[in-house]
Design a protein around this ligand. Sequence first.
Ligand code: G3P
Length: 222
Amino acid sequence: MRLFLDTANIDEIREINRWGVLSGVTTNPSLIFKEELDPEQVWKEILAEVDGDVSLETTEPEAAAMYEEGKRLASYAENAIVKVPMTPAGLEAGRRLTNEGTRINVTLVFSPAQAILAAEIGAYIVSPFLGRIDDAAADGMHALRQICEIYETQGYETQVLAASLRHPMHVVESALAGADIATMPYDVFTKLVKHPLTDTGLERFTKDWDELKGKLGKKEGA
Ligand code: G3P
């Protein structure tokens, strides 16, 4: 399962990129809004920074305008993936884009039925929003498992991207369910690396090593 950052913040992207595990980035209008910068500048900086897929979201509500916007976003760089919402207009614009070979990510997906539609228009990626399904007192992980099973059974090539992940166990369970990609905020990414036994173990190794160096230093001095 590939790991993506769900952010528009270039500093967060640069930091996680240094770990060597970052395969892509997802953005959305709310994440761009938080940066308070020109969206085009933000997208282009991220596209240049990341050696992998970067999803840029359309905002036009009508299919024709969304299609034109999608073509413009795709032209920014080879690794640009055009996000369209799971709406009739999004399906129409998305189908036109995929027919021309543009890679799209169908977003705001909350059910297996919607995921089937995304696959049928030839989407490159489908993004079920697990955390938001949980927020609505339903089971996001169950929906993800069903989507993965349907895609496997039907032989759909669309990649399943588990989105709206809120904690490390969402990431682990997404991997178990068979998701192709998990996208998560910086906060969740940094929690993946943490374990209290790693911290105490390292503390002990460092202490013993320093003590050994001290003893050997004393012997040499004697
Ligand atoms: O980028 C889409 C998705 O991951 C949003 O997550 O936390 O706003 O529900 P969240």
